[in-house]
Ligand binder design. Sequence first.
Ligand SMILES: Cc1cc2nc3c(=O)[nH]c(=O)nc-3n(C[C@H](O)[C@H](O)[C@H](O)COP(=O)(O)OP(=O)(O)OC[C@H]3O[C@@H](n4cnc5c(N)ncnc54)[C@H](O)[C@@H]3O)c2cc1C
Length: 476
Amino acid sequence: MTTHLVWFRNDLRITDNRALHAACEDPQARVIALFIATPEQWKQHEMAPRQAMFIYQHLQALQHSLAERGIGLHYHQCDDFADSVDWLKDFCKSEKVDALFYNKQYEFNERQRDAAVEKAVSESVICHAFDDSLLLPPGSVTTGNNEMYKVYTPFRRAFLSRLTESDSRSLPAPQVRGNAGKVVMHRLMPFDYPLADIGDDFAIGEEAARHQLRSFCREQVQDYLEQRDLPAVDGTSSLSPYLAIGVLSPRQCLNRLRTECPDVLEKTDGGAFGWLNELVWREFYRHLIVAWPKLCKHQPFVEWTDNVRWRHAPEELQAWKDGKTGYPIVDAAMRQLNSTGWMHNRLRMIVASFLVKDLLINWREGERYFMSQLLDGDLAANNGGWQWGASTGTDAAPYFRIFNPTTQGERFDKAGRFIKAWVPELADVPERDIHQPHRWAEKQHRVLDYPLPVIDHARARKDTLAAFEAAKNRSD
Ligand SMILES: Cc1cc2nc3c(=O)[nH]c(=O)nc-3n(C[C@H](O)[C@H](O)[C@H](O)COP(=O)(O)OP(=O)(O)OC[C@H]3O[C@@H](n4cnc5c(N)ncnc54)[C@H](O)[C@@H]3O)c2cc1C
């Protein structure tokens, strides 16, 4: 009997999982599954303790779903990727594995590890790697010169035309195998990594994720364009934590969207197309890290931006992290992040702009801090978002485009509902004054238990423009 090993990594689901599906195609094969935890590597990647917990809980759910189908999940903990290569080689030998099935990861370290694994086991194991976490594989959407796009809009155009030709059907969960009911449930030890409570906002399991997807596409996606920028409204899908660790696949998202909104590709001014556009951003950033691996190594896409003389301002950095900058929308956003591990996209843009363009602090500090807190931490999307905000990346906003944190708050949280939910110190401030609470307090002769702005935006704007200008000149 042949033995097929499915190595789970960022694809913690049994439905529409290409590697699992392929491994189970031969009904006679013995199929076993494996997850390797690598806490030392996670530390280096700044993975949030909340995300580690989210993974751990989904691993438990996965183990049950696999066992019901007659597939035992083995679990092992190594320090880092290098150790995992050696261990996997021995494991394949001891379990007499004939074929290894896995879904590709696109980050630089992960690709190096996979190449090392394939080499290490090549004598006795056939490896099957699948493009699973994207709608279209990296390198398949290119310019006429066969190069990756550096700008999003033409990428999207080319992407959508390729998408219509591609097979993006979702695959079913594997059939129940002959040995169901006899599977050994190996004990899943908690990872040797800090684990933090994830609260009640995100239910565990792929069924819960699919339910959330279904109801979003059925009930909310039509209003996406009007609501997606309003943090006080639950107007986006909140599916990013599931997509980040592969509890849900982008094909499942696309297919559900098409079922509920069959004209999604034709009606380009509708909410459904707007949502699809976000899924394409996700693809864009993943394609980019493969085309430019330097993005995985903390390097800016636009090289001259490395000449910017960032400020060393540890107290202001800390105020930003703690949500105590004195700018209500920034503080509410950071407190949401610190308390839930999730932040609304508009707010991610605002706080990123504030850190980089107001405080003139290196974008890498923000990127790192986000990873350490986010439940949906994802190298490609996070790096892409930060480099966009810092004007150091592809398709970046030009450096002279600087968000004004006060007017951003006025535009997207007019009545301050979101602010009041997260900054209780401002509970008494009337709606019309919520974005400039100290001005109101002064007029009212009130003392607010809320910090004064850490920086004056108008002055900061000038300084930042000068710093970017000087960096550009230095590189000419
Ligand atoms: C500074 C910054 C950092 C970010 N860090 C991350 C991160 O670590 N992980 C992450 O998944 N997203 C990140 N994003 C992108 C975006 O903010 C989140 O994906 C989104 O807020 C998740 O909420 P949602 O699931 O309700 O999204 P929806 O609006 O419902 O979008 C659907 C899905 O599309 C994807 N998506 C949406 N917007 C983007 C985007 N701008 N870039 C890439 N993918 C997108 C996500 O997978 C999301 O779940 C970041 C954005 C910025 C500006």
